[in-house]
Structure formats: C-alpha cells, structure tokens
Design a protein around this ligand. Structure first.
Ligand SMILES: Cc1cc2nc3c(=O)[nH]c(=O)nc-3n(C[C@H](O)[C@H](O)[C@H](O)COP(=O)(O)O)c2cc1C
Length: 474
C-alpha cells in the first residue's frame, strides 16, 4: 500500500488541505482520510466550498470533538519517573471514550517510548517543535487547539516553572503557551522539589492563571526510603478529573419527578386507508421530553404518529387516535407534571368505515363528525390523580392571546403555552417557535412573551421554569 507525505504535496493543495481541516476541526491527516472516504462513497466536497475561508480567520477555533462525537485531550507527558503511569492514563481516558493525542518531552523519552504512547492512543505521537512534517502548518498551534482539554501528566517541576514564566523553547511548552483550552496538571516530583519555595511560587502562579491541578498525593517515592507529598495522582483519579472538566455533571433539578408529555398529531380513521390529521411534527413535544430528561425527570412521552426517533432514556408510547392517547395518559398517572403539547384532533367520524369508502353515483359519502375527548380538560379536572402542574398548549392562527386566555378558562389547567401556528409563522413542522406563557396568579393571568427561539430553546426555557416551580432546586 502506497503512503502519502503531505509535506511533499504542492502548495495549493497544502493550502486547501490546511483550510479544509481547520474549517472542520480535524488534523490534516484526518482530513485526507475523510476526503478519500468521501471520494470512495461518491460524495466529495467541491474545493470551492472551503476556498472561500479567509487564510487568517479570527473566527473561533473549531471544536475538536471527533467524528464519533468524543472529546479530545492533548496529553503532555513530562520527564519524570511517573511517566510510565501516563501510559495507563491513556488507557483510562480511552475507556471513558476520550480521544488522546500525546506530546512527549525530550526528558519523557528517557522514561517511555513514543511507540508505546502511540500504540495505546492509536494516534501519532509528537515530540519535536522543529518537525518539518507537522510544523508546515504550525502543528504546535493545532496541538494546543484541536482538543477540548490539555492534560500534563506527569507535570514536572521544570515544566511548571516554564509555564509559570511563559517559556516556549520546546514542543510541550510551546503548546502550553499557545493554548486556548483549559489545562489540567498532575504534578509529580520528589517532596523536596514540591516543597521548594520556587515550586510553591510557580504552582501558586499557575493556579492564579486559572490552571487546574489534580494531586500530588502523599506516599512513598521512587527514591528508596523517601516519602511525602509529591506522588502523581493515580491515572484513574486524573482521568476522572479530566472527564469532570470535559463533561461537568449537569444540574438535575427535576430528579425524582415524573413528567408526562404528549406530542404530535392524532390520526382519526375515516376508513381503513383514510384519516383526519393535522400538520404537527411532534418536534416541540419531543424537545420538551428531552429537556425534562436532561433535568433528571423520569419522562413518559405519549406520541401520535410522527417521524421522530425515540429519545434515549425516555419511555415512549406511540398512539394513533385521541382516544388511544387519553387511555395512555390516564394509565401513566400519577405524575408530578403533565404537559399536553400534542395537537389532538378535535373531531373524529361518528362511525369508522370497516371497508374503504367507494365513490358512488349518489356523490360524496357524508362524513358525520363527533367531538373527541378533551385530554387537557379531562386531566385538569381530575379529583384524585390531578397532577400538581398541568400545562396545555394553545395553537392558534389568530387572536393568539385572547383565544389562549379563553382556553385557560375552559380547561382548568395551570399554565398555557400559546403559539402562533398560522402558515406564515412556519411553526408547524418547522424548527422555531414563538411562544407566550400564560400562568394563573390568583384570579389574574400573567402573560410572559418569549422571543423567537428554536424548539429546543423553548423546551429548555419551559423546563427551567417548571424546575423553579416544582423542582428540587425550587
Ligand atoms: C531518574 C529521574 C527521575 C526524575 N523524576 C522527576 C520527577 O518525578 N519529577 C520532576 O519534576 N523531575 C524529575 N526528574 C528531573 C527531570 O527529568 C528534569 O527536570 C527534566 O529537565 C524535565 O524535563 P521536562 O520538564 O521537559 O519533561 C527526574 C530525573 C531523573 C534522571
């Protein structure tokens, strides 16, 4: 199999690759692999698509998350005896689905080999600042920025001194000086080095500069008979600290709460092949379910026929008609919060044809309609199992607030989310929504009008308001 040396490509091609990889937040090598894959699949991106990117852009540095959506760490391994533990750290990080790209200082290479780091990380390992192959497009800057976090383990006294004073005379220190990502240090050294006033000053300075540390721990040293504070934190501790910085635990104000949500349209059968429906996509209800789950709630989603996948961690029940939906809703009670975002058909035909209705010489068959059960009103007026917070949706095409207030009076719910679904709004099936939250305050109704937002943003805002009302953080 032939190999490709990017350095030897012509300048135009190199510039194209540089721009395209920067635009996509990938290394040049990864970008070449993606291009080859796209070519093989017959979906190559035209060169003009990236040629328009300005050469020196002040745009934010692209995020580094890999194609698999995994976060990426640049791991700088310093020249201390604990360098061998950095190999285990690579494994621990990979177990947590974190991608690792290693930089070894020249002293680190006295303790471990680049080959070992490369074999464990499955990535090329970087060692030299003046490496023509990686520096033709300022590789040290990419190493500093094509990641979500930089971890230094072991962080030697020497590396910390260089960092504290802004030195950049090798690859590791140049990457650290050029970094615009958070940095986590795992110091490791002899207790006398750690307690030396110079090291104390440097550590203090680095912490003031916003740099994070894990360890060192107290324990026995590699040097015979020596003990004290200076042992590098264990790889599992460093991996946990890094993971915590990459994916900080989200607040879960709805933990322990059960939330019921309805979404989508209902289909009311006319005969075995035809039905009455509406244009609801279910996106808003699904977005609320996802946001409630993210806030820690136990979520039950009762959905009419929609083309959306079941969101992870949510119990989804698929139904067809308004009557099916009501049954599922009643079976899901008791809940702490019920949100009725489904666009339930108001009517169904009195008697559903058992066979396909035929054209007859007598003309169109008459369709007699009857009202469907009113799910929102039924649940709002329950005596025993009424959820403490019942929220309805009012989809209106005109006189939005007035119609929503009238609905409020009829239904007996606690809040109403009113949204304009006139064709001009593009809400039905679209990704954005403009809503007004109506809430009862004694005998009054307050109206809170929110700006145009994506349906996910509306969901997050609604869930945070719910959390303030019923949540554990209230
Ligand atoms: C056997 C041996 C072990 C060492 N262990 C440490 C150590 O644990 N921590 C430390 O800060 N320096 C240690 N050093 C000193 C560093 O290797 C030295 O300061 C080196 O310049 C660090 O380079 P670097 O910071 O670029 O990796 C050790 C040196 C030797 C020879």
């Amino acid at each position: 199999m032939a190999s490709l040396t990017i350095r030897k490509l012509d300048d135009t091609l190199k510039a194209y690759l540089r721009l395209r990889s920067a635009k996509n937040g990938r290394s040049v090598e990864e970008e070449v692999r993606v291009i080859l894959r796209e070519l093989a699949d017959g979906r190559a991106e035209p060169a003009e698509a990236v040629a328009a990117v300005p050469a020196a852009s002040s745009a934010p540095v692209p995020r580094a998350a890999s194609a698999a959506g995994e976060p990426r760490i640049t791991l700088i391994i310093g020249g201390g005896i604990a360098a061998y533990k950095a190999l285990d750290l690579i494994r621990r990080l990979k177990e947590r689905h974190i991608q690792v790209r290693c930089v070894l200082t020249s002293a680190a290479r006295q303790f471990i080999t680049p080959l070992a780091a490369s074999a464990l990380s499955h990535e090329r390992v970087y060692t030299d600042l003046f490496d023509a192959e990686s520096e033709f497009d300022a590789g040290h800057i990419r190493l500093a920025r094509e990641c979500d976090l930089i971890v230094v383990a072991p962080a030697t006294a020497d590396l910390m001194a260089k960092m504290a004073h802004g030195h950049a005379d090798d690859l590791a220190s140049a990457v650290l000086l050029a970094a615009n990502r958070p940095i986590l240090l795992a110091p490791a050294m002899n207790p006398l080095m750690w307690n030396n006033p110079a090291t104390r000053r440097n550590v203090l300075q680095l912490r003031r500069d916003g740099i994070h540390t894990v360890g060192p721990n107290a324990g026995e040293m590699a040097e015979a008979g020596e003990a004290g504070v200076g042992r590098m934190a264990e790889p599992t501790e460093i991996a946990a600290a890094a993971d915590h910085m990459l994916r900080p635990p989200q607040p879960r104000p709805l933990a322990g709460k059960r939330v019921l949500i309805t979404a989508g349209p209902t289909h009311e059968a006319i005969d075995p092949v035809r039905y009455i429906a509406n244009r609801s996509s279910g996106k808003q209800g699904f977005a609320i379910a996802v946001a409630a789950r993210a806030a820690g709630a136990d979520v039950v989603l009762v959905s009419g026929p929609v083309e959306l996948h079941d969101p992870a961690g949510i119990s989804v029940m698929r139904v067809e008609s308004a009557r099916d939906m009501l049954h599922r809703v009643e079976a899901a009670l008791p809940v702490d919060v019920a949100i009725f975002a489904a666009a339930v058909a108001d009517w169904r035909v009195v008697s559903e044809g058992t066979q396909k209705l035929k054209k007859t010489s007598a003309g169109m068959p008459p369709l007699q309609l009857v009202e469907n059960p009113d799910i929102l009103a039924t649940i709002s007026k329950l005596k025993d199992k009424r959820p403490p917070l019942v929220i309805g949706f009012a989809a209106e095409t005109e006189h939005l607030i007035d119609n929503a207030k009238a609905k409020f009076a009829r239904k007996g719910c606690d809040w109403i989310v009113a949204n304009d679904v006139s064709p001009a709004s593009g809400v039905m099936g679209g990704d954005r929504n403009t809503v007004h939250l109506l809430a009862r305050e004694g005998k009054d109704v307050t109206v809170d009008s929110w700006p145009v937002m994506t349906k996910e943003e509306v969901a997050a805002a609604l869930v945070s308001r719910i959390a303030r009302t019923v949540g554990t953080a209230s």
